[in-house]
Ligand binder design. Structure first.
Ligand code: CP
Length: 317
């Protein structure tokens, strides 16, 4: 593996999930693999889980990890080619990224979309420019449209906690939110579950919240949440803003928030959310604190997903 920006960078999903679970059983089994190697983690946006789990994962592999909150502490970066830089940006990525390539062996990058210009966001300009100019492997710590480390971990958690004697029913359920959020987590979850191909996959949301078909193709889209939840083994809850009417909040209908009553039609479904979560807006206290919730296990597993990916890249250096 050279870069990790989507499921397309993974040759064998099952093997990568297995590798993550092996690290969970024995975190330090490859402690020598990253000795003498250094990973830079660049954050243009806030993070808790991604930042800390990646640091722990790199340390488990014997790497040194340096975090740079470039969005708040660094020079304002320019990403467009050929720009006359007489505005607010101070340094072009084509000058900054090669320097970072001299300091580090692997680079991790977190960016968010603008949610204003769909074409720009969906071109993934920021992460693509770092890949182009850094000359070292780049790991997405969430990009404008995808969150592959989250989705890998979600699959690890599903496989860990479900008995896969029968094909599981996985439901991605839109939830209300007070802010317009990216489509990244939902796009990425859909892309990974579809690529895995071992589930009956349903996506449920109010009309107007259809995601980009290039990620969802293969899933059943159902606008009736109760119908979608029937028989579900996993319910993955997430808010996203509209893709078609780009970045807009079309509904904040609190009836879409999951409750224990709604879960009665499921197959005692386990509940997942990537966190952070707005309690009693996206998900009720009773569901988050209930026995069926997997949210803490899911976030804990972020270490093993990241460790599996970093170790694959280290082997290719
Ligand atoms: N799920 C997730 O990416 O969390 P952070 O934003 O805290 O990294």
């Amino acid at each position: 593996m050279r870069n990790f920006t989507s499921v397309k960078d993974v040759a064998d999903i099952g093997a990568l999930v297995e590798k993550a679970l092996q690290y969970k059983s024995n975190p330090l089994k490859d402690k020598a693999l990253g000795a003498g190697k250094r990973m830079g983690l660049l954050f243009l946006n806030p993070s808790m889980r991604t930042r800390l789990s990646t640091q722990v994962a790199a340390a488990n592999l014997g790497m040194e990890c340096i975090v740079f909150n470039i969005g708040s502490e660094g020079w304002a970066l320019e990403f467009e080619e050929g720009t006359i830089m007489n505005g607010t940006t101070v340094e072009h990525v084509k000058d900054a990224a090669p320097v970072l390539g001299k300091y580090f062996d692997i680079l991790g990058l977190r960016t968010f979309p603008s949610l204003k210009n769909k074409a720009d966001d969906y071109s993934e300009l920021y992460i693509q420019q770092f890949i182009k100019y850094s000359d070292i492997p780049v790991v997405s710590l969430e990009s404008a449209t995808l969150h592959p480390l989250q989705s890998l971990t979600d699959l690890v958690t599903i496989i860990e906690f479900l008995s896969l004697k029968k094909k599981p029913k996985i439901v991605l359920s839109w939830a209300p939110h007070v802010k317009a959020l990216p489509q990244c987590v939902a796009n990425s979850f859909a892309e990974w579950v579809n690529a895995w191909g071992q589930a009956d996959f349903v996506i449920t949301h109010p009309k107007g919240y259809e995601l980009d078909e290039k990620f969802t193709k293969g899933a059943a889209i159902i606008h009736d949440q109760a119908k979608a939840l029937a028989g579900a083994d996993i319910v993955y809850v997430k808010n996203w803003s509209a893709f078609t009417d780009y970045g807009k909040i079309l509904s904040d209908d609190s009836n879409w928030m999951l409750t224990n009553k709604k879960l009665e039609v499921t197959n005692k479904a386990r509940i997942m959310h990537c966190l952070p979560v707005r309690r009693n807006v996206e998900l009720s206290d009773e569901v988050l604190d209930g026995k069926q919730s997997l949210i803490t296990e899911e976030a804990g597993n972020r270490v093993w997903g990241a460790q599996a990916v970093i170790s694959e890249i280290l082997k290719s250096l």
